[in-house]
Design a binder for this molecule. Structure first.
Ligand SMILES: CC(C)(COP(=O)(O)OP(=O)(O)OC[C@H]1O[C@@H](n2cnc3c(N)ncnc32)[C@H](O)[C@@H]1OP(=O)(O)O)[C@@H](O)C(=O)NCCC(=O)NCCS
Length: 147
């Protein structure tokens, strides 16, 4: 545990935890938000760095980082509904910065659902371009450069 918080954020560990992360993504994106499964599972999980938040062995949240040259594509950020508004997504975004630096990249890009834009702006991301539709949901591209 870190900073006295009742959860830990770190890289995913082992196959069972990765399976739990994929189940959470399915529940949040496909069941809750109606994203088609073929878009949620895009064939790139094998090349990604997966981060999780865990509490007492239970998986609370996950996200994925794809390293593409000097840039990290951040995606698949999902927090269990009962665990939201406790700073868990913000903690994963903070860890994503550290992972990006450690991996030798200095820039993160993502497609934010517009309702969650404040989350990313608070973490230092800036909007780029116009609002567009992806998987039937309003998005905006955002990016962060690490100093
Ligand atoms: C969006 C999501 C990842 C946020 O996770 P979270 O752990 O609740 O976020 P945090 O507690 O770190 O929130 C930090 C800040 O982000 C903003 N924020 C978070 N959820 C928000 C929401 N539903 N609506 C508006 N602003 C929100 C707020 O400014 C919040 O600060 P506050 O709680 O002091 O007001 C979570 O709601 C989720 O999994 N949603 C479904 C999947 C999804 O939309 N993923 C993001 C795809 S871009």
């Amino acid at each position: 545990m870190s900073d006295g918080l009742p959860y830990e954020v770190r890289r995913v560990q082992g196959e069972a935890e990765m399976a739990a992360a994929l189940t959470l993504r399915h529940d949040v994106f496909c069941v809750e938000q109606g994203v088609p499964m073929r878009e949620e599972i895009d064939g790139r999980d094998g090349e990604g760095v997966h981060l999780v938040a865990v509490s007492n062995g239970g998986l609370l949240a996950t996200c994925r980082l794809l390293f593409v040259g000097p840039t990290v594509q951040f995606s698949r950020l999902a927090v269990r509904e009962s665990a939201r508004r406790q700073g868990i997504a913000s903690a994963l975004l903070h860890l994503a910065d550290a992972e990006t630096r450690a991996g030798g990249a200095r820039r993160l890009v993502l497609h934010a659902q517009t309702y969650a834009r404040d989350l990313y702006e608070a973490a230092g991301y800036e909007p780029r371009g116009r609002i567009f539709m992806e998987a039937g949901i309003e998005h905006i591209a955002m990016e962060k450069r690490l100093s």
